[in-house]
Ligand binder design. Structure first.
Ligand SMILES: [Zn+2]
Length: 489
């Protein structure tokens, strides 16, 4: 019975970063309780499989030896350590770092037989996982879009066509296969209790009012840059008159209706509120206004999570981040995490802002223009701060699909969403989806709402758990509770 895994990182340039990546890979598929850190290969016990990285294979006669490509050595931290292009695939899995002298058609090889099998992994899965999870390229490639964001098009995964494949999970899966081949009999890690996979529905609350329309919305209307199902001017004017005459509720003021529907199908969700209501890109509501606080309390009272949607100018500004967060926290509801507005992000600085304020997670890291696995994974993970060389004490729940990305091409969006859902289901991960409350309305977003409602109901019927991120964090045992406003009782 071999139910433990000892992992050991030898002489590599940055052993701390390598150890982080190897441990994170292992923890994706086996319980942290089954892992034993080891620095000396002679320490291995009979009930352990040994996994080594950066240790010459000649000195070990057992276990799994992962090829070390030199990523963590002299060029670590520079653009020189970026993958060679084009990225080859081995067993159809992208292998940006690999043994160029190894077989081109096999991910790993087994030598010997029986108890003392030695397994050679020809792909440097430690470097590959680190490259994706730490967002390495975002720190060494200077490329930004009009909102100072790292664009999807500048990423290796997008350019090489694997943005919609969770490559880190593929590596972890192969690692588990290697562990099995080496005799490991422990259980596979189950992240979501008895459910095989999970969906985290998140709602960024940018707007609570359809009317009055702001200048940007009117300009989009005028230029025809609106979804095909958008009502004609006549119907829009009718809705405007009825709403402003208070003969009906504003179509965007629908949080309690969404929250009630979610509860009715057996799920909860995360609702992220903004503390920034200034300028073009601020919220169109005041987060500490009594009516908004009352809505937050009602939604929280139904079992949903209330979180923080950090404003567009907060992603590199600690003071601003803190003051906006304080306004959201002033409602007195614990806040554990949330997401940056417009997905505006600077790696690794923005992670630090979330960490410094005692938040337990961020859910920003998807791209605004293309859905997929920006971090290469469909599981939450602790990020690594490349500049300060340390594992961080928060969790990243990477965003995979945002409704707004595909509003002008929804048919394509539904295909992408189906594919991402299948990948999350296949690897026992969590589909983190962003569904704006502005895409609930029957008048303005009926196809989006119908598709997402059907996806959720079908997934739940098939056994997936759909919950807020704090709910899923509790289920997976990685939870810590959110805090209310600093200094308050
Ligand atoms: Zn937003």
């Amino acid at each position: 019975m071999i139910a433990k895994v000892r992992y050991s990182v030898g002489k590599v340039g940055n052993a701390g970063a390598a150890e982080y990546a190897l441990r994170t890979l292992l923890e994706m598929v086996i319980s942290p309780d089954c892992l034993v850190p080891g620095t000396c290969v002679g320490e291995r016990h009979d009930d352990e499989v040994l996994v080594t990285y950066g240790i010459a294979p000649e000195v070990i006669d057992t276990g799994i030896h992962v090829f070390e490509s030199g990523f963590f050595d002299d060029h670590y931290g520079t653009i020189e350590a970026m993958p060679q292009r084009p990225v080859v695939r081995i067993e159809n899995i992208p292998a940006p770092y690999r043994d160029h002298g190894g077989p081109v058609d096999r991910f790993y090889s087994v030598r010997g037989g029986g108890r003392n099998d030695q397994i050679e992994c020809h792909v440097d899965i430690v470097a590959g996982a680190f490259f994706m999870l730490s967002r390495y390229e975002e720190t060494v490639v200077s490329s930004v879009d009009g909102f100072a964001r790292f664009p999807a098009e500048s990423s290796i995964a997008y350019q090489e066509g694997f943005l919609q494949e969770p490559v880190v999970n593929q590596y972890a899966e192969h690692l588990l296969n290697m562990l099995r081949a080496a005799g490991f009999t422990g259980e596979r890690r189950r992240w979501w209790g008895t459910a095989p996979w999970a969906i985290a529905v998140t709602h960024d609350i940018d707007k609570l009012h359809r009317f009055p329309m702001n200048v940007l919305d009117i300009a989009r209307y005028g230029m025809g840059r609106v979804p095909p199902w958008t009502p004609k001017v006549g119907a829009l004017m009718r809705d405007y008159v009825q709403t402003t005459a208070r003969r009906k509720t504003d179509e965007y003021d629908c949080l309690q209706t969404i929250a009630a529907w979610e509860v009715s199908v057996g799920m909860t969700a995360s609702y992220y509120f903004m503390g920034d209501d200034a300028g073009w890109h601020g919220a169109d509501y005041v987060v500490d206004a009594p009516a908004v606080v009352a809505t937050m309390q009602t939604v929280a009272g139904m079992g949903h999570e209330i979180g923080f949607h950090a404003g567009i100018d907060s992603s590199e500004n600690a003071q601003r981040f803190y003051s906006e967060l304080s306004r959201v926290r002033s409602a007195g509801i614990p806040v554990a995490g949330g997401r940056q507005h417009y997905l505006r992000w600077k790696t690794p600085l923005t992670w630090r802002l979330w960490e410094q304020e005692g938040l337990t997670y961020d859910a920003t890291l998807g791209y605004s223009k293309a859905a997929g696995f920006r971090c290469g994974t469909c599981l939450p993970f602790k990020p690594y701060d490349i500049e300060h060389d340390r594992e961080m004490s928060i969790w990243e729940w990477p965003l995979m699909f945002m409704d707004a990305t595909y509003l002008l091409s929804w048919t394509e969006g539904t295909k992408v969403l189906d594919r991402l859902t299948q990948e999350c289901s296949r690897y026992g991960g969590v589909l983190v989806a962003l569904w704006h409350n502005t895409n609930w309305s029957d008048i303005y977003a009926s196809p989006v709402r119908q598709h997402l409602q059907r996806l959720l109901m079908e997934s739940i019927a098939q056994g997936a758990v759909a919950s807020s991120i704090t709910g899923l964090a509790q289920l997976s045992g990685i939870a810590t509770t959110g805090r209310v406003c600093r200094g308050s009782a």
